[in-house]
Design a protein around this ligand. Structure first.
Ligand SMILES: [Ca+2]
Length: 435
């Protein structure tokens, strides 16, 4: 975290509960760090026995806002990460943007890192793992909205056979969170790779692509996107823009009916790191390298669905309102096939300039095939607004403008190519007025 970001977040907090982060950019490089007179530390320290509770014993606890101190001192008994980016000039305690590290445990004026930590054991294994959540801010996000958390991760594990984990989380406490992350494991070809996983309290799942494990080379950069759909109480897990499924065959959209799927409380944004405890009980001599890597540009968007005040279509305006009635079974149907000269369209009007970040479209399309739709604001086709892909009846199309948002009181979708008559079952527009 750079100073500008910390000031920005701090100001947002002081402003008294702004509902979103201001520009939440975070870059951190976890590398071996020399603490003079103490010992070399490579990124992760073990949790001491006694302060942690084990999932396998059903003893999840929430040691919220425990303080992590570096280097070793009277209060330093467990921890997660340090790096050569620190010390920083940040100071403070509760309510201060986190991800700072104390220089001296005996001096309360020095910065602290707020973390969550638990120790647990994976099914069938004989060793414990230490799990840490580094909170990037004490600010919470609205679980009624569609939350999109994103970061770029470069995973450089240095530990041996027990592996290391690293990723992104939306968390309220240890029994109320999800995370997407990499695990370092040996691939069948003998190469150590980064496998994509997700985790819920005490439940982890490897992500699959058409039944195959999702794995990438170590030391390569990838975008993690963790989404919580507040209206459904469901989750999505994306890497490099692609949604993946669980290893257990369940879809990547976690249904609200699934046990513990819905958030119970407003989450915070955090980084998620796991490593094997190198010694237990803790001794400085037991420190060895574990997880290293980089998180960059951590952001959260709180998406809100915009309710149109009017819908106007190129024809059939007695049914145009069907695209915003929330029912997939009702549709506006143009009655014509799109072509170079026939461009059926439908337009949604808002009572304010919507800062558009995502548009979802549910086609009515009797014949599947390649279609071309253009998204217009009041003046022309928006950047990234040309959609050309194979579409099918009843299969959602999603178009993101997370970074290239545009502001408009009207959005229209004009179809210029379609294998069959054009229609829409539902159209949803999401805005986020933040940066
Ligand atoms: Ca409908």
């Amino acid at each position: 975290m750079n100073l500008r970001t910390s000031l920005c977040t701090g100001l947002a907090l002081m402003a008294g509960g702004a509902s979103h982060l201001c520009a939440q950019t975070f870059k951190e490089t976890f590398q071996p760090n020399q603490w003079p007179g103490i010992h070399q530390h490579f990124g992760m320290r073990p949790l001491p026995q006694g302060v942690s509770k084990l999932c396998r014993e059903g003893q999840l606890e929430d040691p919220e806002d425990w303080e992590l101190w570096f280097p070793e001192g009277p209060a330093a008994r467990w921890g997660i990460l340090v790096s050569n980016e620190f010390p920083t000039p940040m100071t403070g305690d509760t309510g201060t943007p986190s991800w700072a590290v104390a220089l001296d445990a005996s001096d309360n004026s020095k910065p602290k890192l707020f973390v969550h930590g638990t120790r647990f054991r994976r099914p069938g294994e004989t060793f414990d793992l230490d799990q840490g959540f580094g909170l990037l801010t004490q600010q919470t996000f609205d679980p009624q909205k569609w939350l999109v958390a994103r970061t770029k991760v470069t995973f450089k594990p240095t530990y041996g056979a027990l592996g290391a984990w690293m990723g992104l989380t939306l968390i309220n406490n240890e029994s109320d969170y999800r995370a997407i992350y990499f695990i370092s494991e040996m691939a069948p070809d003998g190469q150590r790779k980064a496998y994509l996983h997700r985790v819920a309290p005490c439940i982890e799942s490897r992500m699959k692509d058409h039944g195959q494990d999702v794995a990438v080379p170590l030391n390569t950069s990838h975008t993690f996107q963790l989404e919580y759909v507040g209206s459904e109480g469901s989750w999505r897990y994306l890497m490099d823009g692609v949604r993946y499924d669980f290893a257990d065959g369940q879809g990547s959209v976690e249904p609200a009916s699934q046990d513990r799927a819905a958030l119970k409380n407003p989450p915070r944004l955090g980084l998620y790191v796991i490593g094997p405890p190198q010694s237990d009980p803790y001794t400085p001599a037991g420190i060895t390298p574990a997880t290293e890597g980089t998180f960059e540009d951590v952001k959260v968007w709180e998406l809100t669905k915009v309710n149109p005040i009017q819908v106007w279509a190129s024809n059939g305006n007695n049914t145009s309102g069907s695209v915003i009635d929330g029912k997939a079974g009702t549709a506006w149907v143009s009655g014509v096939k799109a072509s170079n000269t026939v461009n059926p369209y439908i337009a949604l009007y808002f009572d304010h300039p919507a800062n558009v970040r995502r548009i979802r479209l549910l086609p009515y399309q009797p014949v599947a095939g390649t279609t071309v739709h253009n998204i217009w604001d009041g003046t022309g086709i928006v950047g990234g607004g040309r959609i050309e892909r194979v579409t099918r009846d009843g299969e959602w199309i999603e178009v993101d403008f997370l970074d290239t948002s545009f502001s408009s009181t009207v959005i229209s979708i004009a179809t210029v190519q379609s294998p069959s008559i054009v229609g829409w079952r539902e159209i949803e527009v999401y805005e986020y007025q933040g940066p």
